[in-house]
Design a protein around this ligand. Sequence first.
Ligand code: SRM
Ligand code: SF4
Length: 566
Amino acid sequence: MDADRPLSANEGLKERSNFLRGTIAEGLTRVETGALADDDTQLTKFHGFYMQDDRDLRAERGKQRMEKAFIYMVRMRCPGGILKPAQWLQLEKMARERGNGSIRLTTRETVQFHGILKSNLQPLMQGLNAVSLDTIAACGDVNRNVIASLDPWRPVLHAEISGLARRLSAHLLPKTRAWHEIWLGAEKLAGGVVEDEPILGRTYLPRKFKIAIALPPNNDIDVFAHDLGFIAILNEGKIVGYNVSVGGGMGMTHGEPETYPRIGDVIGFCKPEDVIDVAEKAVTVQRDYGDRSNRKHARVKYTIDDMGLDRFAGLINERLTVKLEPARDYSFTSTGDRIGWVHGDDGLSHFTVFIENGRVRGQMMAGLHAIAALDIGRFMMTANQNLILADIPAASRPQIEALLAEHALDRPHSGLRRSSMACVALPTCGLALAESERYLPDLIDRLDDELDRFGLREDEITIRMTGCPNGCARPYVSEIGLVGRTPGIYNLYIGGAHEGVRMNKLHRRDLDGDGIVAALSPLFESYAKERTQGERFGDFVIRAGVVKPTVNGLDFHENLSADVGS
Ligand code: SRM
Ligand code: SF4
């Protein structure tokens, strides 16, 4: 980082916050407004929530000169994404009593609650704490929820990586007691006690930091989209260590080519017992070298591209007790979930419920309630916004099957829909430029009609939509990506790898729904006619010369020329 440039405003705010306390506690007592103080709304992210306003009501309330309809989005921390049925029931209770009645599964194996009023924040946090859950560091300039592949059908391996996710999360959590004090009323630390953040530092990280653990051949967590990735290396059915990937990140800003999505680079291999040290050292290198003057340039991907990958990897190595070894071989086959039943060799079965864009409400909520009330198995929240009802013994299967059928949770879906994700966007996301979660289902109806015409209904082509270029549904690593520009208008990206190892490329700019269908339909037709055995859509459009492959972030924008419209 250039020492001459002034620090961003958030750095001063963190410094002055008394380890993330600010005046949040005082703000909660101010009943005359639904809002919190501006500075505090930056700090609340570290406590796992955002102040928002209902954008559907914004214009009307503005006309009536009323305060915006302030509501809060609360994001839970749940490393590895696994819940007990009783915890699921509690989430549902919280959503009904404290939120807007829906639970939103996110792309990072946890849930968000929307529509929380200020007065409901504390009861919600306490409700989560009552079932050993929390929201600490779910957002903010810290290590976020650690995600791990969900493979309950490989129980021993899965237990190992989900345990690792929990340990990594615990190790990198902020040490401040601010969350416990403000939300649980824990006793304030006595005057003389000095808090410290030995890993994160007193101003925390320059920006968010994300870790994912993959269990090949499953890349359901899109390991290359994260600042730090661990890829399990198997030998004779055992995990012998992990390849380490650094520098993934999806966010960019339209019209600012110096911002770009990037996928991670593999820099070496470490033994299972060294993973925590590798993560800690990667975090501290980013803490010390990340850009604290420009938040749009503060992720690990830019630190790496500024200093060079070798230097970044070298800095990690210098700090490690056991140095990284050369990376080992592995391969991925898919980023998707296995919707429906998977029967394990151990007599346990697992049903992955397809949850369109992660939104659970209505009949789906009722069905999952009935299943959770049986208190069988575990609930696993996938990074594709779906839910696995895991570890169902054979004797309980008929009962679960009946409930799935009764609540239409086992309805078949097309391959495209099964492989779809959309971010939240409107009406809650303050950054949304266009619809996403509320629009993608209708667009998929139309695209399915086209796919039907060419016999492609069952083909699992990954499609992801976001309401802005920040990339919350990881649209740049899907075979088809749609990114909001303005209401009703999207940029279309194609050519990502089905298994998440290559980014896509801009194909057409500024399309409405008709334009998207018109652009994709001929590609579906030629794919159906000309694909080679087993060839994926994303690979086909590259072989057919429709778009050039993206090598990495720095060439992501290279198509931005007249051939894709102005
Ligand atoms: Fe995200 C900001 C929703 C995963 C990149 N993201 C936001 C906010 C909080 C908007 C804001 O800052 O005001 C969104 C809240 C919307 C709402 O109303 O709920 C939001 N992000 C989400 C979720 C809920 C999308 C979803 O539909 O599931 C995901 C929650 C994950 C979680 O449980 O922790 C979510 N966000 C992601 C991912 C995917 C991932 O991490 O695997 C990314 C891309 C990966 C990355 O980080 O690069 C992502 N979100 C962003 C960014 C761009 C960051 C950047 O480096 O440029 C922002 C904007 C920001 O931070 O300034 C953002
Ligand atoms: Fe909001 Fe943009 Fe993220 Fe969608 S991608 S949730 S619109 S920040």
